[in-house]
Every structure is written in structure tokens, then in C-alpha cells.
Design a protein around this ligand. Structure first.
Ligand code: FCB
Length: 453
């Protein structure tokens, strides 16, 4: 690559993980059961019946993992807190041992010169709350605020970057509509209620966090794909619009004060999702959700081309990449860097966030260690290089992108796919818990050092 790609001063280079995916210790030291514990312990839900009981044993090995981050030169680390580790039944009595774990983790990061970015909810809801309806119940929003209060009071002096929820769309649609994620509910009206309560709890928690953590920046992380019609036929265009509406606008529009998008209200109503209208929306809710935030976190993984098979459709223009590992990751997600430039521009120019972080981007490739113990994950390095360059093009176009968190620091439990997918820049041997820096991690280290490549 001839041209130098240099990032702005103060650009933040990080990596991300999530509690359930790495911690293990699912029932240690007073931790309560989460919906993901319950779900993975139910046979047939997860590929190979894998679970996070042990995962990366990070609860025990966290110091070693901070050592890895230091070795990489990470400037920031995005992790999530396991709600039931701190509040075993969701509300009420605090499990001090659980809280201490995160407090020590934060201290450890700070003394390694790594800035902690804390996500409060990355999917592992206390099962005790799920038993009362989980996100479909309005009372869970109050529980979330209490939880946010406990955490931000305990860590707010040392943590300055807060994310309320990770990908509420995935919780609502995969957790409560299709049921392929915990808690495994399959009920469209319930999923719309869940989406609303996730958003509402975000809006309710932001002022509480601000109050406990002075000078903190607070935001929410949404997943976004580059959704494009494969032709200009109406069916293809409608399909792309609805997909974007469901997965992105349904969440971004309320957060930015626009309410629920009317085309989607119509769509969900037609599907039977709102038999009594949006009766879960109470007066004042939409203002609460639209509370000002300091940034939006975006998780970007690829492009979704929309082609609806129809004999009356216009001639198709359909150019997906060939299915080679260079262009398709092992998740069967397309490697499409230009889409990252696209979504960054689109979000900035449409919604005008003060700041954007890419809170996740990365690729699943299972390249194992060779006989010398090196992991030559060329496809991952290529994926990251092209996506970093795509992000830099957005910055040049005026997008206030302030940081980039690679998903993931290390291989981990990939939800319904179990351990079959490896997203890490660090290899994890799940038998021995040995960690090996992959070639992509070594390359990333030089990017961080040079603030570019
Ligand atoms: C995102 C999740 C993250 C990880 C990546 C691959 O949707 O936030 O936990 O599973 O996908």
C-alpha cells in the first residue's frame, strides 16, 4: 500500500469484549444466573451445546489479559459488566465480590495506561428479571436504572466513557422475536415491547450515570449494516429499506428525537406486531429516550445486498463478491470495507451525533497456530487494514470518528455459534487457556504505535 493512512491526534485505538463471552465463573463468588446461563444450559440452543461456564476464564486470568493489552499497546479497552455478577437477582442486594472484580479490573487497566470503556448491558440479563418478563416488562427499566446507579457510583470516579446498551436490536429481535438468542422468546409483539423498554431504560439511565460520573461521556451502541438493494426494482428497494428500518432506524430515530419511523410502524402493524398499537409507549417516553448523548457507538460487520426473487422484477444488477475467504468471513458475512465509509457518513450526516466510535469491527477466521506457534491470519489483517482505511476516508469527509475498537481482543464464546467462530486478534486455546498474539495483533500493535500505517 503506497499511501500513508494517518489518523487524527487523540484518535483512540482499542479492542472490545463482553462479559458472558469471556469471563466464565458463571456461578462463582455469588454471581446470579443470567439469561445466557439459562439459555446455553438448555440442550439444542447453541452449536455443539457450547456454553460460557468457563469461556476464557477471564474472571481468573484478568491480570494476564491486561498484560496482553499492554503488550499490544492498546489505548482503550471496551468491556461489559455482568449485571447478575453484581446484582444476582437483578435488583436489591449488591454482591460485593462481583463489584470488586470490576473495580480491580478498572484499576488494573488504569495503571497499565488503558482507558476503560464500560458497557452496562451486553445481553446477559439476570434470569430473575427474565422470570418477571425481562425486557418485555416495563419494571425492568427501573431495575436497569438501579443497576446503572450502583455501577456508576462505584466506578464513576475512574471510568469516563459509558455505553448503556450493546445492540438493543439484537436483544429485541433475536432474543424475543426469532428466539435464536436468550431468552429464546418467539413473539413479535413482545419483541416490540422489549425494544421500547431497552430504549427507555437507556434514556432513564443517562442522567443517573452523568450524576455519578462527572465529566463522563455517555452513549449507546447500535449495530449497523450497509443495506443495499441489488437493483432499483421496488421490491429490492423496499426490502433494503425495511431491513435498515428494523435493525437501525427503529433505534436510532428515537434516540435522536424523531420517534419511531412511520414506515416501520406501518410495517410492524401489518405483520401483527402491534395488535393494540404502540400501547407500551407512555406519555413522556419518547422525550426520555431522546436524552442528549455524547457519542454513538457503531458496530459494523458488513454489507447486506437485497434481492427479492420475482419474475416481474427488473433485470438484476447483483454483484456480491465471490465466496472466497478474502471476501467472506467464516460467519458468512461479507467483507465490505466501503460500507463502513458509507455507514459513518450516513449516520453523521443524517443524525449529527457529536462524536462516533466504532465500538466493534472485526472478522471471524479460524486460522490456527502453525508448528512454530505462529498464527498467520492474513485474512484478518487484510480485513482490518481495509476497514481502517475506510474509516479514515470517512474522517477526511468530515465525520467526527474518535476511536476504533477491534472485535475482539481474543477468541471467545460467539453466542449461538459457540466456540466455532474465532474473532480474536489473540488466539485462545480453550483446553489450556493459553493465549497467543496472532499476526493481526502484531500488525495492529504497529498501527497503534504509528497512529496509522
Ligand atoms: C456483535 C456482538 C458481539 C459479537 C460480534 C461478532 O453483534 O455485539 O458480542 O458477538 O457481533
Amino acid at each position: 500500500m503506497a499511501n500513508k493512512i494517518i489518523f487524527p491526534d487523540n484518535f483512540i485505538w482499542g479492542a472490545a469484549t463482553a462479559s458472558y463471552q469471556i469471563e466464565g465463573a458463571w456461578n462463582k463468588h455469588g454471581k446470579g444466573e443470567s439469561t445466557w446461563d439459562r439459555f446455553t444450559h438448555t440442550p439444542g440452543k447453541i452449536r455443539n451445546n457450547d456454553n460460557g461456564d468457563m469461556a476464557n476464564d477471564h474472571y481468573r486470568l484478568w491480570k494476564k489479559d491486561i498484560g496482553l493489552m499492554k503488550k499490544l499497546g492498546l489505548q482503550a479497552y471496551r468491556f461489559s459488566i455482568s449485571w447478575p455478577r453484581v446484582l444476582p437477582t437483578g435488583r436489591g442486594k449488591v454482591n460485593q465480590k462481583g463489584l470488586d472484580f470490576y473495580s480491580k479490573l478498572v484499576d488494573g487497566l488504569l495503571s497499565a495506561g488503558i482507558d476503560p470503556f464500560v458497557t452496562l448491558e451486553h445481553w446477559d440479563l439476570p434470569q430473575a428479571l427474565e422470570d418477571k418478563g425481562g425486557w418485555t416488562a416495563r419494571s425492568t427499566t427501573e431495575a436497569f436504572v438501579e443497576y446503572a446507579d450502583v455501577i456508576s457510583r462505584a466506578l464513576g470516579d475512574r471510568v469516563h466513557s459509558w455505553i448503556t446498551h450493546n445492540e438493543p436490536a439484537v436483544v429485541a429481535w433475536l432474543g424475543y422475536e426469532t428466539g435464536v438468542h436468550a431468552p429464546g422468546v418467539k413473539d413479535l409483539p413482545a419483541s416490540l415491547r422489549a425494544a421500547h423498554h431497552l430504549l427507555l431504560s437507556h434514556g432513564m439511565a443517562v442522567p443517573v450515570i452523568r450524576n455519578n460520573s462527572k465529566d463522563a461521556e455517555v452513549g449507546i451502541t447500535l449495530n449497523i449494516g450497509w443495506k443495499v438493494p441489488a437493483s432499483n426494482s421496488k421490491m429490492d428497494m423496499d426490502s433494503a429499506r425495511l431491513d435498515d428500518g428494523k435493525w437501525f432506524r427503529w433505534f436510532a430515530d428515537p434516540v435522536y428525537g424523531r420517534g419511531y419511523p412511520s414506515d416501520m410502524v406501518k410495517h410492524f402493524t401489518k405483520l401483527g406486531g402491534a395488535p393494540n398499537g404502540l400501547d407500551f409507549v407512555q406519555s413522556g417516553d419518547m422525550d426520555t429516550i431522546a436524552v442528549p448523548t455524547d457519542f454513538i457507538g457503531l458496530n459494523y460487520y458488513g454489507r447486506n445486498l437485497h434481492r427479492v426473487e420475482d419474475p416481474n422484477n427488473d433485470p438484476q444488477i447483483f454483484f456480491p463478491h465471490p465466496k472466497t475467504p478474502e471476501h467472506w468471513t467464516e460467519m458468512d458475512w461479507e467483507n465490505y470495507p466501503d460500507g463502513l465509509t458509507g455507514v459513518l457518513g450516513r449516520v453523521y450526516f443524517n443524525y449529527n451525533p457529536l462524536k462516533i466510535y466504532i465500538t466493534e469491527n472485526g472478522a471471524s477466521y479460524s486460522t490456527p497456530p502453525d508448528e512454530n506457534g505462529n498464527v498467520a491470519d492474513v485474512h484478518r489483517t487484510n480485513y482490518l487494514r481495509t476497514h481502517f482505511a475506510a474509516a479514515q476516508r470517512a474522517i477526511q469527509a468530515g465525520v467526527p470518528l474518535a476511536g476504533y475498537f477491534v472485535w475482539s481482543l481474543m477468541d471467545n464464546f460467539e453466542w449461538s455459534f459457540g466456540y466455532s467462530q474465532r474473532f480474536g486478534i489473540v488466539w485462545v486455546n480453550y483446553e489450556t487457556q493459553e493465549r497467543i498474539l496472532k499476526d493481526s495483533a502484531k500488525w495492529y500493535k504497529t498501527v497503534i504505535r504509528k497512529n496509522g500505517f
